[in-house]
Design a protein around this ligand. Structure first.
Ligand SMILES: [Zn+2]
Ligand SMILES: [Zn+2]
Length: 341
């Protein structure tokens, strides 16, 4: 089988390897479709704080059962399935505190290599974060399980609803999907600050009230205008760059909250205006990954079909087209690309 391997940051290689044999509790799936993800692009370009390389790449996919290992029941070959790339151990200090997204063993048993023909799903994931795809749910929609689970986790960290104002920094697929989810959660006025006119138009279609092109517009002025001059109740950083983290803090009102949802390059630092943080009593928080609860909630949302996530898939390519897919994402021509092996 063929699978894209991240050899080291900057080097991606399409390799031919043996189809893995599923061991105890494991499922081997044939990938029907994989979605590109900004995290994969960041990992390719600059490495990842948690993920070790070399590693097979790709973690958003839908497929069907090809074979199962001993102890797996009820998953006949051909059954359509989807899963997240990790599952918590359930037993470490963080899992026992209910912070399963921070599990000490999260990255020990992963399902990675969705940019390939087959993918092996470890027992921990089969048991906790895998689902049969019902009829009527397309592969492309099902493949949003992992990003949507992260978004549900992020939304849980925010005080949404009511008439609250929300500002997103970023116009990538995660920011746009977050806009959709925030609308569903009953957010008040939503602003999206980005760099790409086409994406900002999409943001409007998906529910943003105000969009600002940061190349030419005045993000702070626009956010203040929609919030009676105060600043946003909640600001969500969906880019993952230190300078954008800093500008996120400048957009929030007194007593407001900032969610740093985009992970930055390892070793980077930010400058904080201490006066704002202390005297304006800001709440600054990180948001990372997902828990089995948010995965389940994301799966319910996907099956219910009230988020038009497919809108975010702008291109379709074959397995060999992955480097071009990433190029298009870098040039901001593509939001998400469906890779069909
Ligand atoms: Zn992802
Ligand atoms: Zn754990």
């Amino acid at each position: 089988m063929r699978v894209w391997q991240l050899v080291r940051p900057g080097e991606l290689r399409l390799e031919t390897v043996d189809v893995p044999e599923p061991g105890d509790g494991e499922v081997l799936a044939r990938v029907s479709l994989a979605l590109t993800c900004g995290t994969d692009l960041k990992t390719l370009d600059r490495g990842h704080a948690r993920l070790k390389v070399p590693s097979p790449l790709g973690h958003e996919w839908a497929g069907s059962v090809a074979a199962v290992g001993p102890g797996v029941h009820g998953l006949a070959p051909g059954t359509r399935i989807v899963c997240t790339p990790t599952a918590p151990c359930g037993d470490c200090a963080y899992c026992l505190r209910g912070a399963e997204n921070l599990c000490l063993h999260l990255f020990e048993h992963t399902a990675l290599g969705a940019y390939g023909e087959y993918i092996l799903v470890p027992r921990q994931i089969v048991n906790r974060n895998a689902f049969r795809i019902p009829e009527g749910v397309s592969d492309v929609r099902a493949a949003f399980l992992e990003p949507l689970a992260c978004l549900v986790h992020g939304a849980n960290l925010l005080n949404l609803g009511g008439d609250r104002t929300l500002a997103f920094l970023g116009d990538g697929p995660m920011a746009l999907a977050f806009v959709m989810l925030a609308r569903l959660c009953g957010a008040g006025r939503i602003a999206v600050i980005g760099l790409n006119r086409g994406r900002l138009e999409t943001a409007r279609l998906l529910g943003a009230d105000v969009t600002v092109d940061a190349n030419e517009g005045d993000p702070l002025g626009a956010v203040k205008e929609m919030s009676d001059g105060l600043g946003a109740d909640s600001v969500v950083e969906c880019v993952g760059r230190p300078e954008v983290w800093e500008s996120a803090v400048s957009l929030v009102r007194r007593g407001g909250e900032v969610l740093f949802f985009g992970g930055c390059e390892r070793g980077t630092m930010v400058n904080l205006d201490t006066e704002r943080v202390h005297y304006d009593e800001l709440t600054l928080k990180g948001g990372f990954h997902y828990t089995p609860d948010t995965v389940r909630r994301a799966w319910e949302l996907i099956c219910a079909g009230n988020l038009t996530l497919e809108t975010l898939v702008t291109h379709e390519m074959s397995l060999g087209g992955l480097p071009e897919a990433f190029d298009r994402m870098r040039r901001r021509e593509a939001l998400k690309v469906a890779i069909i092996p």
